[in-house]
Design a protein around this ligand. Sequence first.
Ligand code: FUL
Length: 469
Amino acid sequence: MASYSKIRNLAALILVTVMALSYSQAIGQDAGGDIQPAPYQVAWQDLEFGVILHFSTNTFLDREWGDGTASPSTFNPTHFDPDQWMKAISASGAKYVVLVAKHHDGFCLWPTAQTAYSVKSSPWKNGKGDVVGDVARAAHKYGLKFGVYLSPWDRHDPRYKDSAEYDRYYNSELEELAQNYGDLVEFWLDGAGSGGHVYDFKKIIETLRTYQPNTVVFADTGLFEYGDARWVGNEAGIVNYENWNVIDRHGYRRWRPIEADTPLRKAHWFWHPNDETSLKTLHELLDTYDKTVGRGAQFMLGIAPDNRGLLPDGDVARLEELGAALRLRAQSNLASRHAAATPEVAAALDNNVDTFWSAPPASRHATLEINFDQSVTFDHALTMEWLNEGQYVQKYAIEIWSDKEQKWLAIAAGEAIGHKKIDSFAAVTARRVRLNIISSSGSIRIREFQLFDWSDLRVPQPSSVVIEK
Ligand code: FUL
């Protein structure tokens, strides 16, 4: 017979193990129905697709990561035209722009009062220029929201060696950006290069929030706890796991949706000469869109103006092609051709993301059925969950009714729906289709349930490419 102390030790061991297990289970993503997004996070998620612009001394030196020694005299674009950038960006379907105002090399693209290492010391516009101001104005002119990236890692400024002194410098730079360029949709805090450096992020966010309470703060989960959006974990433009919006960081749970950044030219954030072959194809970009936006994340495409200060023609044409293809795809929703439906069901089939279908209160399982007068053929489904009060759906299937087998057949299945889920499958033909919510941890609300046949998509020629007959 085991002695009392042995049993007590065993009980203590079991308790510690159970505690350790439940703690480790708590770290990571969860459906987190009790955690709601802030209104500015909801608005940002609805933008879905943005671009990040890299244009600095690196552009003139064939570099990706400047070491902080480049002379300001290298920055001298001859045809700087952010309107040209914004025209192409807006044609691509992107809704917001984040400008790298300072990359790791420390060179500032606005005439900051905090350092001479800026456009002020460059020959461009005789030192009177302001890239941040010009880009912000051009973005707003084209209806795009504007945000900034301000690299914490600074390889030029000597104050970087002293954390407290550098924090004061960084905060003063941020005060200028947060006060002088209108509403900032997003503030990018990049963790690259910062290993081992201590920042006062609480103070940094306080500074931002004083002037910009509705800016989405992007950062890797490792950088600090209370960012508003997080890095996807790769630069390939892919969410390669089930995507839940709530993530726990050592007991700190927060609505923190994903932004997936990837450059238009493979593995290059800045422009480089003779690099046209790295331009991604339309097919690759649509695939990335489906693996980011189509998995509930933001798609953040890296765009790089060249050393003239213009987007190269090939990049412009590709952005136009992307926008045309996305518009064509979106216009072909077959679900909107449904037969008579109740107004509640119709709210999920109407291409209007402001209306949604609600399953009966307290239900944790429900189906949303579309009936057609004539059968339709489709190979993609797009589903959106209404997230304002949290993410709840935990398992779903898309099913068609088989007259032959007299039963519902699943053609796609998954766990998270979230902001948007695009499922692809071999083409099927059916007259009855349903979204089967198999389980949900709270109220079930679906903004849209759409069906598409994208197999035979004819992508229109971009306006800039004239084909002679
Ligand atoms: C990374 C940086 O190191 C790259 O240079 C680029 O700016 C990318 C968007 O973020 O962390």
